[in-house]
Design a protein around this ligand. Structure first.
Ligand SMILES: [Zn+2]
Length: 401
């Protein structure tokens, strides 16, 4: 195995990164020997990984960060950096390497304060004497102010610091930042490639792996969840039944309410896992006394945590709803394929009866309008329209006739 194993169907990205990691290792060797650095190098200080959700932006960035830390025995013999089993690779991959900082947010935005701290950290020399890698998994969530703070860090990098920024598309990152990054584009991996990794790495049964890979259309993480998590399967089934339930106004409103409730339930369950413990930990850290009384002056910090938990819950709900809309779009894409008689592989073969029924009862034009309604719902949610209103409007537009 190597650090690149989890990067599925991205040969060109992998080649670029492996070449950069080789040159990065040469720079370290030259530096240690007091020699001049090699004249041309494919290593650079800032990278931007873009690509559709689930293609593996974060995986690529983390693999590269690990390859930069590789100290495997083969390295001395001129082997490729990124062996996957040496101490450097291993700790970087599991997230405990001192020189690899992985920034992942569960909030809707990353603010100035947090970004300033990263930029400060970027000025430090790596503890292990190789490279310091800062992986920003949600660079598209930087506020404008935070983006400007990050720009300073990217503009004036410390000698051995590497920024690895991940975002859905280049438009999601400030032009001034992206012009300083080397840009790598990940593609949606093929259904076969995703199925293959589920079978090989996660030990999932071939039939279940292929079905999950098809249903999620190249989204690796979602495919794994679908193949392994009963709840995720149940949720998907509910969403895919929605097109059969929207024949009258009452049915539309009920279906909309159910989608919203399901998203709320997801947020509630996610919160139950972390919020209580987080609150308890902070109370203890602030010196809660027996009987639960808090010392003076700690209310602000408790309120800050409560606000943060609330924002996180909002994001979970939104992500959950977004997933439902993705499944729904996939359903109508299949319907359209059936109506047009195209010979593509259907994503939702497992609900073929429902697909056939909707396809027979409407026209391709109607299907396209329904897909547009889902897109409009998504845009409304992006504009912060109240979720229930946006989903109700969509459900009404999905109605038969
Ligand atoms: Zn290694």
């Amino acid at each position: 195995m190597t650090v690149w194993d989890d990067l599925v169907g991205q040969d060109r990205v992998r080649e670029s990164l492996a070449a950069a990691a080789r040159d990065a290792a040469a720079l370290v060797t030259a530096g240690a020997a007091g020699a001049e650095p090699p004249e041309s190098s494919r290593m650079t200080h800032a990278w931007l990984f873009t690509g559709p959700p689930g293609a593996g932006r974060d995986t690529a960035a983390r693999a590269f960060a690990a390859a930069l830390q590789c100290v495997g025995p083969d390295r001395a013999l001129g082997g490729e950096p990124g062996c996957g089993f040496c101490d450097g690779c291993h700790t970087a991959l599991v997230g405990t390497h001192a020189d690899v900082e992985i920034v992942r947010t569960d909030l809707l935005s990353i603010g100035v304060k947090e970004t300033r701290e990263l930029v400060r950290r970027a000025q430090l020399a790596p503890a292990g004497g190789r490279w310091q890698a800062i992986v920003l998994e949600d660079a598209d969530r930087l506020t404008e102010g935070a983006g400007n703070v990050l720009l300073k860090g990217v503009e004036e990098p410390a000698t051995r610091t590497v920024w690895l920024l991940c975002a859905p598309s280049v438009e999601d990152v400030l032009p001034t930042i992206r012009s300083r990054c080397r840009h790598l584009v990940l593609r949606t991996p093929s259904v076969d490639a995703v199925a293959d990794v589920l079978i090989r790495r996660d030990g999932i049964e071939p039939e279940a792996a292929r079905s999950a890979a098809r249903a999620t259309q190249g989204h690796i993480e979602r495919a794994r969840r679908l193949a392994t998590d009963e709840r995720a399967r149940a949720r998907r089934n509910t969403v895919l039944r929605l097109p059969l339930r929207v024949d009258d106004v009452g049915g539309c409103l009920r279906a909309a309410q159910e989608l919203i409730d399901a998203a709320g339930q997801d947020a509630k369950e996610a919160a139950e896992e972390v919020d209580a413990k987080e609150t308890e930990d902070l109370r203890a850290a602030l010196g809660a006394q027996s009987g639960g009384r808090m010392p003076r002056g700690t209310a602000g910090a408790m309120k800050e945590l409560a606000d943060r938990q609330k924002r996180r819950s909002t994001r979970t709900q939104r992500d959950s709803l977004d997933l439902a809309l993705t499944d729904l779009t996939g359903f109508y894409r299949d319907v359209l394929a059936l109506q047009l008689g195209s010979r593509v592989q259907l994503a939702n073969e497992d609900v073929r009866d429902a697909l056939d029924g909707v396809a027979a009862g409407s026209t391709p034009e109607r299907t396209l309008r329904r897909m547009e309604a889902i897109g409009a719902c998504r845009e409304a949610l992006d504009r912060n329209v109240a979720p229930l209103l946006a989903v109700e409007a969509m459900a009404m537009a999905l109605r038969a006739g």
